[in-house]
Design a protein around this ligand. Structure first.
Ligand code: 5RP
Length: 232
């Protein structure tokens, strides 16, 4: 495999994360191509080893994939505290601050990340950056989209309402909200920006995950296996 083969890197990272899951665990299931490899491997482990787990999916798509792979599902009402969560990311900085939400699942992904004792972030090497600079998705109550848009621009965002593909008009999230994608350029203080965005009335959540570094382990799929990174 070449270092330039992100799909193979994602598979390696996802499979490695699935290997960390132990019998009896309740596991948060993120959304995206990398975590779906982890779910595929978990399905194999259920068949091969009789592994007993329950998953909390972060989107309709994650739930559909989980069912396809034979993963039993539960929810945060049944399990407000999760043993582990496995999720992908769009960017990861050296302090394990993340940008997430390409798939518009950021709100439930943040709830699951918050509820988990440990979090495995599975990525290909292209996601590791020195400074976060990708667009930050912001999930917005449709009622307040206009006012939130102006407030995000006042924070310095190049803001764009996310449009559907093969659907006219805005993307509607699994929670019935809109997504505004915000370019800020290099984000020097992700924690402060996350708080500033979150304080705008009508914002339901944003794709900056800046406070979970201590419980995150990053699994980077590479040519010769995985790089396992933690802050501790
Ligand atoms: C979805 C996400 C994904 O985890 C993130 O976009 C990474 O996706 P992929 O593993 O397909 O590269 O945040 O909302």
């Amino acid at each position: 495999m070449s270092a330039l083969d992100p799909v193979a890197a994602k598979r390696i990272a996802g499979y490695r994360a699935a290997g960390e899951v132990r019998d009896g665990m309740v596991v948060g299931l993120g959304t995206g191509s990398t975590v779906f490899f982890a779910m595929e491997r978990l399905g194999e482990r259920i068949t091969e080893e009789g592994l007993s787990i329950a998953g909390v999916p972060t989107s309709y798509q994650a739930a559909m994939r989980a069912r396809r792979y034979g993963l039993p599902l539960t929810d945060l009402d049944e399990h407000p505290e999760l043993d582990l969560a496995i999720d992908g990311a769009d960017q990861v900085d050296p302090l394990f601050r993340l940008i997430k939400g390409r798939g518009a699942a950021l709100l439930r992904e943040k709830c699951v990340c918050d509820a988990a004792r440990e979090v495995l972030i599975v990525v290909d090497p292209s996601k590791m950056v020195e400074t976060l600079d990708a667009g930050v998705p912001v999930e917005v109550l449709p009622f307040a989209a206009g006012t939130v848009f102006r407030r995000l621009e006042a924070l310095g965002a190049d803001a764009v309402l996310r449009e559907g593909v093969r659907k006219d008009g805005p993307v509607i999230t699994d929670n019935g909200n809109f997504i505004i994608d915000c370019g800020f350029g290099a984000i020097t203080d992700p924690g402060r920006l996350e708080v500033e965005i979150g304080s705008i009335p009508g914002v339901m959540g944003c794709g900056l995950f800046s406070i979970y570094g201590e419980k995150i382990t990053v699994i980077v799929g590479e040519e010769n296996g995985c790089r396992i990174l933690s802050l501790g």
